[in-house]
Design a protein around this ligand. Structure first.
Ligand SMILES: Cc1cc2nc3c(=O)[nH]c(=O)nc-3n(C[C@H](O)[C@H](O)[C@H](O)COP(=O)(O)OP(=O)(O)OC[C@H]3O[C@@H](n4cnc5c(N)ncnc54)[C@H](O)[C@@H]3O)c2cc1C
Length: 643
């Protein structure tokens, strides 16, 4: 019997494969600025770099038009305190936001200063940010002069529950609101970003995944001078020489769980998030923090009905909850502090659950749509849920089934759906960066989710836009670096090894093994011994099973390369876990239970030096005075906000 793979070997073309196969062939391109990852941060980075007149190349693993976590849409522009209706001062708000442990003031200050400018620029590109068709006149938070719509539930203080009246309509009156969270038509954004990239002459290379960074003379820790990529349609090898490079590949991949047939992935984010940006930068010598931190996650594991619990969460803006007897449930649907607090705080949920157990609230809960006014209902159902992304599927399905919010309650799944297991986790690390969003490596910039303290869509947009102009400025002052042919050949050998084999292990089996190791040895129970066994097991996979991986088409080859990246990522996490001899938020060790003892109340920063894993500790709040530093680094920037 001829297998699919035999067929490929014989004919040089897989059956029904619509693209020419070009394994091992090279395509070489020159750029001033290279952006790896065409999501929210990446598109913004490419656009702002291209606006300065430099030549920009953008590599995107999927199709830029809808790729990434923000591709399908977005309903909250979360943090734009420089807008004309804001009730908070951007610099003070940035300080306030950064005033929590393990955050990072650099990205927050950039966001607070430039988020509104970014949104206005989005509007110029064709993104819809106002109620221009007057569909929601009279909605709470809508301003008739600007037609901007603010989310009415965000206040100027931390968690307001259980203040009397929390959850009641009108609890968060206008004077208590921050007016920093803007309701937007985010499904229009990604196509507008791609269009603008094209209009500005950015060379957008869809279906090309970045696989490694090139460094000057091939030396680890030296200036970054470009990258390599793999085309997942043709299998072609792409070499981009660049004066500066920006990594915007989003977050980490499914390190603890991956089973697309059964219960999904260990991340609610796109399947294209596989941590390559972080791992390729680490291999090149970049500093990565927070590797040891991970949290259990239920979303996207298949155990949750959908990725929000329903009414009362995130995009289900202001939908009041009632219990099974029609009694009002005081979950804080109004009066939250910022959009990071999209779901009720754990302590709030714990209190409501206590009342459920006492029999004071009857399950299930329901979203009480009929109690809302027509315009509020439409603003939540059509605008927020319609634009957010995955929720669009939910409302389309409900609409088709005849749901009518003026009449029908909608079941909430809070408390009645299964949570994830403690062994199903998310985590993976963040880039260290300076006030230019530059890493410790010359020529290498970063933006978006994976920054230290990375936040929401608008944060990714604002930091991408910022990194683009910084990387372009650097590129204008420096010549191309000297590429090492040896470095390229080594990468080609790594990439094509699975395609050169005829049989062995396929990526899914390999991935399952790796995820199991992370589940067993770096999960709820954390001890030195478990980490040691985990590292040993991962290294065995590297030595014994990685050399057996095979892939017979470009798609499978990419999946295989992603898994090799994730194996390396898992090792980084295991090593960092061993290195932190104390507990911290997101990292509870049984053998070192003390939380944040002074000598460990710092970021653990990992870095490869001569291919050896090294760490250092970095004080929190290392970024200095946020306002002063921002202004010192951006004297040439002309934004809306008065300095
Ligand atoms: C369902 C959902 C709803 C959300 N709703 C909101 C909301 O309403 N408001 C809000 O503020 N935030 C929201 N978010 C979060 C927001 O979408 C993300 O914060 C934001 O998109 C992250 O931007 P990013 O640029 O870091 O990553 P992304 O936008 O995900 O971009 C990363 C890109 O890198 C690409 N990539 C990955 N690896 C490689 C590689 N090796 N080579 C080349 N390309 C690569 C990916 O394909 C992707 O396109 C939501 C997220 C999800 C998943």
């Amino acid at each position: 019997m001829t297998t699919w793979h035999d067929y490929l070997k014989k004919t040089g073309q897989p059956p029904s494969w619509p693209y020419p196969i070009r394994f091992e062939q090279e395509q070489e391109i020159d750029a001033d600025v290279l952006v790896i990852g065409g999501g929210i941060a990446g598109c913004w980075a490419a656009i702002s770099a291209a606006r300065t007149g430099v030549k920009v190349v953008l590599l995107e693993k999927g199709d830029t038009v809808r790729s990434g976590a923000g591709g399908p849409g977005c309903d909250h522009w979360c943090n734009a305190p420089a807008n004309p209706h804001s009730r908070v001062n951007p610099d003070e708000w940035a300080e306030h936001m950064a005033d929590v442990p393990w955050s990072c003031g650099i990205g927050l200050q950039i966001q607070c200063r430039e988020d509104w400018d970014t949104l206005l620029e989005m509007e110029q590109m064709g993104g819809k940010i106002r109620d221009t068709n007057d569909e929601y006149v009279g909605a709470d938070g809508r301003y008739d002069d600007t037609k901007l719509m603010f989310s009415p539930r965000y206040g100027v203080k931390h968690n307001l529950w259980p203040e009397p009246g929390a959850g009641e309509p009108g609890f968060n009156p206008p004077e208590k609101r921050s007016n920093v969270v803007i309701r937007i038509w985010g499904s229009t954004f990604k196509p507008a970003l791609k269009r603008e990239c094209k209009r500005l002459g950015v060379k957008v290379m869809d279906r090309v995944a970045g696989t490694s960074l090139l460094t000057e003379n091939g030396v680890q820790g030296a200036r970054v001078i470009g990258a390599t990529g793999l085309n997942s349609r043709t299998g072609e090898f792409v070499i981009v020489k660049a004066k500066s490079t920006i990594i915007t590949t989003g977050g980490s991949g499914d390190l603890w769980l991956m089973n697309s047939e059964l219960c999904g992935m260990s991340s609610m984010h796109p399947r294209t998030w596989t941590g390559e940006g972080l791992v390729m930068a680490y291999r090149a010598g970049a500093e990565i923090a927070n590797l040891e931190v991970s949290m259990p996650i239920g979303i996207a594991t298949g155990l949750k009905h959908k990725w929000y619990t329903g009414a009362g969460d995130a995009s289900y803006e202001n939908v009041p909850l009632v219990d099974a007897n029609g009694k009002r449930v005081p979950l804080p649907i109004q009066g939250w502090e910022d959009a990071g607090a999209m779901i009720p705080f754990p302590d709030v949920q714990a209190k409501v659950l206590e009342e459920v157990k006492k029999g004071n609230f009857a399950l299930p809960f329901y979203g009480d749509w009929p109690s809302m006014s027509d315009v509020e209902r439409r603003a939540t159902w059509d605008l927020m849920l319609g634009e957010e992304s995955t929720t669009k599927i939910i409302i389309d399905t409900f609409n088709k089934a005849g749901f009518d919010g003026s009449r029908d309650l909608q079941q909430s799944y809070r408390f009645i759906e299964g949570a994830g297991m403690p062994q199903w986790r998310n985590g993976g690390g963040n880039f260290m960066m300076d006030w230019n969003l530059k890493t410790n490596l010359d020529g290498l910039y970063v933006a978006g989710t994976q920054l230290l303290g990375g936040q929401d869509h608008s944060y990714c947009a604002a930091t991408g836009r910022y990194a683009g102009r910084k990387a372009a400025n650097y590129a204008k002052e420096i010549a191309q670096g000297k590429i090492s042919r040896d470095q390229i050949q080594k990468e080609k050998d790594r990439i094509y090894a699975p395609a050169r084999r005829d049989n062995g292990i396929e990526w899914k089996e390999f991935h399952a093994g790796m995820a199991r190791i992370n589940q067993y040895y770096n999960s709820e129970f954390k001890t030195e011994n478990l980490f040691k066994i985990g590292l040993y097991a991962l290294e065995r996979m590297e030595k014994e099973f990685a050399p057996q991986l095979y892939a017979c088409d470009p798609h499978k080859l990419l999946r295989t390369i992603e898994d090799l990246t994730m194996l390396e990522h898992s090792k980084m996490i295991m090593q960092a876990s061993m290195a932190r001899k104390a507990s911290r938020m997101g990292f509870q060790r049984i053998d070192y239970p003390e939380m944040d003892p002074p000598e460990w109340n710092k970021f653990l920063v990992a870095r490869l030096v001569n291919d050896k894993f090294t760490t250092r500790l970095q004080e929190q709040r290392f970024w200095g005075n946020m306002k002063k530093e921002y202004e010192a680094h951006n004297r040439d920037y002309k934004g809306v906000y008065e300095k």
